[in-house]
Design a binder for this molecule. Structure first.
Ligand code: FES
Length: 258
């Protein structure tokens, strides 16, 4: 899939939470084709400490407004600097990068999307894509507490939403793999993104139940195009660059002990 280096214009910068901003970007030309699960490498301008672009997953694509959204967790100098852009500012973005989640052809496929923390971000775009293809997704979203569950209203517009929080402030208390939706339903495919221990637990569950499962790996990335080798993962196909061969992998390709 063709990649582009684009100077995009900020339309909105919304502070969703003390630790998260939602950046909406546009350009005069129609934005390129993007797939759910793909990501962008965003340049951080005006920082004395951040020289590498930041890999950020595509949160949503609003074709009507010609906008691409990025949900950014403020974890360091780079993302904090990025969070200071204002409407009208230019942000340089390389995208779309990597490979996305599988979108089943069979509309009877029951798909569960499991996200944890900022890992819920690509599931919004994936959920909307599934819905457009005639599949109704079910979401299982987990976070530390109620305030960390982001964009719930948008998820609810796309499918059934179930939540877990570690402190019990919303939904069922505990981890996603303990949620009753897994007990009370059957699914054909699980797509997950979030902290690695969560994804490994989901992969283990899927493996035991014989459910197909795709995970989006968040290995450390720099170049995003397979040149620096800092994102390498050892898989059944040998060592591969997560930025190029992933970030989405079927769990059968991984060497996880599940
Ligand atoms: Fe450089 Fe993957 S991030 S090779």
């Amino acid at each position: 899939m063709k990649k582009y280096i684009l100077d995009l214009t900020v339309t909105e910068n919304i502070r969703l939470h003390a630790n998260y901003v939602l950046l909406k970007l546009t350009q005069a030309e129609p934005l390129p084709e993007m797939l759910p699960g793909q990501f962008a490498e965003i340049r951080v301008d005006g920082s004395n400490t951040t020289f590498l672009r930041r890999p950020i997953s595509i949160n949503y694509v609003d074709r009507q407004k010609n906008e691409v959204w990025f949900l950014i967790q403020l974890v360091g100098d780079g993302t904090r600097k990025l969070a200071t852009v204002n409407p009208g500012d230019t942000v340089n973005v390389v995208m779309p990068l990597g490979n996305g989640f599988t979108v089943p052809e069979d509309t009877a496929t029951k798909v569960l999307l499991i996200g944890g923390g900022v890992g819920t971000a690509p599931l919004l775009f994936l959920g909307e894509t599934l819905l457009k293809k005639g599949l109704k997704p079910t979401f299982l979203l987990g976070a530390r507490s109620k305030n960390d569950l982001l964009q719930l209203d948008l998820f609810e517009a796309l499918g059934d939403v179930h939540t877990t929080t570690e402190d019990g402030s919303m939904g069922e208390k505990g981890y996603v793999t303990m949620h009753s939706v897994l007990r009370d339903n059957t699914f054909d495919l699980i797509c997950t993104c979030g902290p690695k221990p969560m994804m490994m637990a989901v992969a283990k569950y899927a493996n035991q139940q014989g459910i197909a499962c795709e995970v989006s790996l968040e290995n450390t990335m720099a170049c995003g195009v397979g040149a620096c080798l800092c994102c390498v993962e050892n898989t059944r196909d040998g060592h591969v660059c997560v930025c190029k061969e992933g970030p989405v992998f079927n769990i059968k390709k991984l060497l996880w002990q599940i």
